[in-house]
Design a protein around this ligand. Structure first.
Ligand SMILES: [Zn+2]
Length: 348
């Protein structure tokens, strides 16, 4: 018998669990209110609006919401339910092309996923079995600690690693992937720095600025169309004043620290992050924009094209550039500012 925390996706124990084992058992617990069993999961931990992990742990404010009937239990209720829990086979789980199963499940799929352990073993006589044992099925780990570990993970990749491995007992897939140098080079195209891809491939340019003690770090990326926008880095650098960041008076030209970007519109004077974009930029700087109609919640929306009215904003959170594109649209004479068109996050 092997017992281990899963490391990464290639780790032996993880591969055994999701690929080699004929069946994986998960822990199901009964509801103190209605008696129904469900698959114990951190999906059902509720910590309301609180986002401070220290406060959640100190005041022990997390609850366990039994998904069967919505009964809101304390951690003691969960621990009592754990006493009466049973291991259930994960049955009818789809395998991907590599033959791997997923230990993830949707919050609404709370029902017992298969037969009870001994019933299953007697009937199927599997030779290789695995048990999935995350912290939520342990009485030694309070749910407030689980909630706090999750929140800490949101702001620190190393802590998310801990949360995945030690708390959720799943392989950790780092958000930031380490790529080999030649693979990185293969991603590079041969555009000179500062040149925006042509042929109408670019829907918006996003600039992000991170305020340092004595300077501003700037990155400008282009994003394409569609739900999964392709993205190109246009330029990055460090400037001393905000005024150096951008020059918006000249159409089709922006500059970064004296270098001019052609074929691009960065609309607005403020490189201050997404939350400022809507408030700071009131006027479309480009009067010759084309108009086009589209359907918007049942109304015909006449909107400017890219050149007219795309607003942008971006902000940094540690390793990522969170960006948003706002569209200034005209609807029967009235002007709608701040319609969010695209948003996302990009690793920098
Ligand atoms: Zn219930």
């Amino acid at each position: 018998m092997l017992i281990s925390t899963p490391s990464d996706r290639e780790g032996y124990i993880w591969q055994y669990t999701v690929k080699t084992a004929q069946v994986v058992f998960v822990y199901c617990i009964p509801c103190p209110e209605c008696g129904e069993y469900h698959r114990a999961s951190d999906h059902y931990i509720d910590f309301a609006e609180e986002r401070d992990p220290e406060k959640i742990e100190r005041d022990d404010i997390a609850h366990y919401v039994f998904p069967c009937c919505g009964f809101v239990g304390t951690d003691r209720a969960r621990k009592r339910a754990l006493n009466d829990g049973i291991w259930c086979a994960l049955e009818d789980v789809a395998r991907d092309e590599d033959g791997q199963i997923s230990l993830e499940h949707k919050k609404e799929d709370w029902q017992m996923p298969g037969r009870e352990l001994f019933t299953y073993l007697k009937a199927e006589k599997p030779a290789k079995i695995a048990f999935h044992s995350p912290a939520i099925v342990s009485k030694l780990v309070p749910i407030s600690e689980i909630a706090a570990a999750f929140l800490r993970g949101l702001s620190d990749p190393a802590k998310m690693h801990y949360f995945d491995n030690q708390i959720r007992a799943v392989a950790h897939v780092p958000y930031r992937q380490n790529r080999k140098e030649d693979i990185i080079r293969a991603l590079k195209d041969d555009r000179p720095a500062g040149l925006v891809p042509g042929n109408n491939r670019v829907a918006a340019l996003i600039a992000g600025v991170d305020t340092q003690k004595d300077s501003f770090k700037v990155v400008i990326r282009a994003f394409g169309w569609g739900l999964m926008q392709p993205s190109w880095k246009i330029m990055e650098g460090e400037v001393e004043t905000l005024a150096d960041c951008i020059e918006n008076a000249v159409r089709d030209r922006v500059s970064l620290n004296g270098t001019v970007l052609y074929g691009a519109n960065l609309i607005g004077r403020y490189l201050r992050g997404g939350k400022f974009a809507g408030a700071e930029i009131k006027n479309c700087g480009f009067r010759e924009c084309d108009l086009r109609d589209c359907n918007f919640r049942g109304a015909t929306l006449t909107s400017c094209n890219l050149r007219g009215s795309w607003l942008w904003g971006a902000d940094f959170t540690g390793a990522a550039l969170n960006w948003t594109v706002l569209h200034r649209a005209h609807l029967t004479g009235a002007v709608f500012e701040r319609c969010q068109i695209l948003s996302g996050s990009y690793e920098w």
